[in-house]
Design a protein around this ligand. Structure first.
Ligand SMILES: [Zn+2]
Ligand SMILES: [Zn+2]
Length: 172
């Protein structure tokens, strides 16, 4: 995903809105259990603020995620906003360390956004994914999906009872 700032560069104080949609490979986010399920849409307002550009952007996409509790796949929308600062690569030489850490430097008036976009995605993804807020997960003993109903082993939590039933041949 690229944004060309050739025109905006010559208009100090001016702003422009860029709307871009791009398809990435499903595994592009490089996060376990989380895949892109749609193209990524970016809407960015970029302001020419002297040597650098200040950016306010909004990202939307659909993810296919694997529920941490029941392992079911679900499709979930994600959208988030971020602010950023972009500067021409030649400014990097005189920049303070703090600015180097927070600024995206670009060459030839063209901002290459892919890596930056992935960083912001990873910042905004939830810590874990669940298929729905009340997901009941899998039974720790037999692995049954408890969203589909109770499993038989849930009543036999006491191992001494299980052993006794085994002995009596009634554990089937
Ligand atoms: Zn689930
Ligand atoms: Zn079970």
């Amino acid at each position: 995903m690229k944004i060309d700032l050739t025109e905006l560069k010559n208009q100090p104080g001016a702003a422009a809105v860029f709307a871009l949609t791009q398809e990435f490979p499903a595994g592009w986010l490089e996060r376990d259990g989380c895949f892109l399920h749609s193209p990524v849409t970016l809407e960015a307002e970029v302001r020419n603020a002297g040597p650098s550009f200040s950016v306010g952007a909004r990202v939307t996409a659909e993810l296919k995620v694997i529920c941490d509790l029941c392992l079911a796949e679900t499709v979930q929308p994600i959208s988030f906003s971020f602010d950023d600062e972009w500067a021409p690569a030649e400014r990097a030489a005189g920049a303070a360390q703090e600015q180097l850490d927070t600024t995206l430097f670009f060459a030839k008036d063209e901002v290459e956004l892919d890596d930056r976009l992935r960083e912001f995605f990873l910042l905004h993804l939830p810590m874990r994914f669940v298929c729905r807020p009340d997901c009941r997960g899998l039974c720790p003993s037999c692995g049954a999906d408890l969203n589909a109903g109770e499993c038989d082993c849930r009543r036999e939590t006491d191992p001494r009872l299980t052993a006794l039933l085994d002995f009596l041949g009634e554990s089937e």
